[in-house]
Design a binder for this molecule. Structure first.
Ligand code: ZN
Length: 215
């Protein structure tokens, strides 16, 4: 390891493409330009999700950033990612939420990985918009990792009934944060639990949307 790698809080190679960054930050100029071009995506209400938006499509630098956040604990990225997420929520004209929460991680996995990237993003989004972030959901059973399951049907079955709200949310609008929106199975299971606790509306905001580039 060279001295510069110890002194800089981020790697000297771009976290998205692996090319040298020149030391200006964790993402190179080329990838930053591509992120700016990758417009936010929003979708029509579906199931228990009343509004849906993502900062970027998963393909390209945004997906690489999420993978870094997940596997390499690059916490310094989260504030910038949250800023882009909040901009996407505003572009999608989300109604004002009363509270922010996140997709929880089962405590066994949380122990193994030390942190939940969805919670980290939620806390940074909370700083952006001054809406309180609270731990509203708990996992009532462990599930297989969604990424290991093929197809929406298997993913929906895996998370059905996996979440429960920790308290009553009567009449509240809840902003639900996750890092990636794939089939939406996990977010729907969370939204159902929030609505069973009385939530009026659930708004899903993610950093990436898988498939948004193809729609
Ligand atoms: Zn790059």
């Amino acid at each position: 390891m060279v001295l510069a790698e110890i002194l800089y809080p981020w790697p000297l190679k771009c976290v998205c493409c692996g090319r040298p960054t020149g030391g200006d930050g964790p993402v190179c100029k080329g990838c930053l330009a591509k992120l700016e071009r990758d417009a936010p995506a929003h979708e029509l209400a579906v199931g228990d999700l009343d509004y849906l938006a993502a900062a970027h499509p998963y393909a390209g630098p945004a997906g690489a950033l999420v993978r870094m956040l997940k596997y390499r604990n690059v916490h310094c990225l989260a504030a910038d990612m949250a800023r882009e997420m909040w901009a996407a929520a505003q572009a999608a004209e989300f109604p004002r939420a009363d509270v922010i929460t996140w997709v929880p991680m089962h405590w066994r996995r949380r122990w193994a990985k030390y942190f939940n990237q969805a919670e980290m993003l939620a806390r940074h989004v909370s700083k952006q918009c001054h809406i309180p972030a609270k731990r509203l959901l708990k996992r009532v059973r462990s599930c297989k990792q969604q990424a290991r399951l093929k197809g929406p049907a298997a993913r929906y079955a895996n998370v059905r009934g996996a979440f429960r709200a920790r308290k009553s949310l009567t009449g509240q609008t809840v902003l639900l944060i996750d890092d990636v929106h794939t089939t939406g199975a996990t977010a729907q299971a969370c939204a159902l639990a929030l609505k069973q606790a009385g939530a009026e509306q659930v708004l899903l905001l993610t950093y990436c949307r898988v498939g948004a580039d193809r729609e």
